[in-house]
Ligand binder design. Sequence first.
Ligand SMILES: [Mn+2]
Length: 456
Amino acid sequence: MPEPQPILVIGHKNPDNDAICSAIGYAYLKNELAKREAKDGEEPQIYQAVRLGPLPPETAGVLERWGVEAPVVINNVFARISDVMTSDVICTTPDAKIIEAGRILRKHNIQAVVVTDEEGTYQGIVSTRMIANRYISATDVLDEGASHMAVAADLIASLEQTVDSIMEAQILTVDKDDRLSEARIDILAQPWREAVVLDEARRPIGIVTRSDLAFHPHRKVILVDHNEVRQAVNGIKEAEVVEIIDHHRIGDVSTVNPIKFLNMPVGSTSTIVALEFRKHGIEIPKPIAGVLLSAVMTDTVVLKSPTTTAIDEEIAGYLANIIGADPFKYGLKVFSFRGDDDDMPIDKLVGADSKEFQISDGTVLIAQHETTNLESVMMREQEMRTYMRSLVETGGYVFVLLMVTDIIAGGSQFLCEGNRKIINRAFDIECTGEGGTWMPGVLSRKKQVAARILEA
Ligand SMILES: [Mn+2]
């Protein structure tokens, strides 16, 4: 049987701080709960936080600050060879006698033994079928009139030959991370029943037989900070979603069985994760509290975004108390990890956080850059506008709107390139090609900007 696999805790594609931090926090909580619930002598289920893209700079800063390891990057959750392979491989050497290989096959009640050289490098396999074929071919010799005694003597003698005389070296070899659906076709297309799983040094680490292919494994995943297929890991439809923790609109992920689906209209998924810790009476260690608080602060723009609820405020205070910091000051520190606005490359400054929206006239791009120093960002206005015009050209956008959000003042400076009429109409402003327009209280792209433009 394949080894038990960890349940993956996954945020959305193109991860933001909340997608990664809520996954780290929730995986920690689930591991603690699994340890608490595991019966004596039973291995607890392992939960592993993973991510679908690079760490945002503030996340990198926060994880380093607290000495928390970054979740590993995964590309997909398609079923893999490792989900079905047998990992205890029995090996022999090319100079072993066939009779010894036969004993190994019988002793372990297996169908194939893997042949490796002295360094443990893969050479081929010997299966019960290959040995049996010798006996079957002996019937030919008998039919041709050879004496039974002579054939029997030959067969007995052949048991003393070395394994390499009947070893098959052309068997399919696969990687443990190969997609099962693709490997299945290759395994069925070859004349042998087995495929050997090799590591990078070509050492055998597993074996897959045709009977293993009857098994259709589904990798277990917990989704955090999203519940739409479009934003989810590749292969999600082949996986088994066992829980969802989110604070977005209900999307289109569907499941076969009833699951825990915890969705709350609060400012961040990390807020909900912190609530779950309290609900289960699991203590939040300082580093986890620091990680979760950072995401409450980034998702709610230091509790100023209109998406912020009283629950977020209460949780921010609670987490800040654990790490002994002021939530607002800590939030500003987290934002400062994004780096100086003066020397940030222009494509990052404008495009790092940008989303496309469809309106009746075509596609528009709304970018947001959060800052504690609006003045220093606006020093680069001409450079930003030139870059935005290039985005309008290459992306074929109706317009590109950049919200430079001042998180201390609690508002955004709008800069627009392309057709400004739509923005001007939607917000009843007169955005021109110079200076931009200050929008007090506007912090949320989703709630206060995209929604208005889509309605206009
Ligand atoms: Mn979020």
